[in-house]
Ligand binder design. Sequence first.
Ligand code: 5GP
Length: 175
Amino acid sequence: MSERLVTMLDQETIAARVKELGAQISRDYQGQNVVLVVVLKGSFLFAADLCRAIDMHNLRIDFLGVRSYGEGTETSGVVQITQDLSRPIAGEDVIIVEDIVDTGLTIAHLMDLFRTRNPRSVKVCALLHKPARARVSVDVDYLGFTIEDKFVVGYGLDFAEKYRNLPYIGIVTRD
Ligand code: 5GP
């Protein structure tokens, strides 16, 4: 069986939208102490571009490891923290940076977890959202694109750890 890739969102389209999200965040958070919480591994490229589109000096970046899919494409519904934040977030304005909100279980779990740590606020910035698959309702405060129910790869997103380095978002099809 061979795998083929079909482009869903090209590099230029992603870059333009990420710039807009960065500008929106810069406007909304001027003068505040913001922490971007990058959810690993899938968000690393999105976060790298997003943080450079945010025009603020008091911005901190931290990383959170969560266990997502194994080798397959279905969520287990169980969210495991594999690497915690390096510093407390009490009193700070947290923006969780996610690659994709699918069932919503990961974000719902992270929102609950972070609220116990007394931040000033917690919001969500996701590049992609698949509303067709939602199992819990989550508010995505800053959203790149709403997409149809297809398994996507690239721009940080993997399939069995492959394709993260693609500069665009694509759909894997098998012949
Ligand atoms: P949720 O908890 O919302 O179901 O899933 C969130 C995580 O599942 C994402 O951060 C991502 O790692 C993974 N995921 C969900 N949909 C896709 C997809 O279409 N492609 C890839 N590569 N990962 C996905």
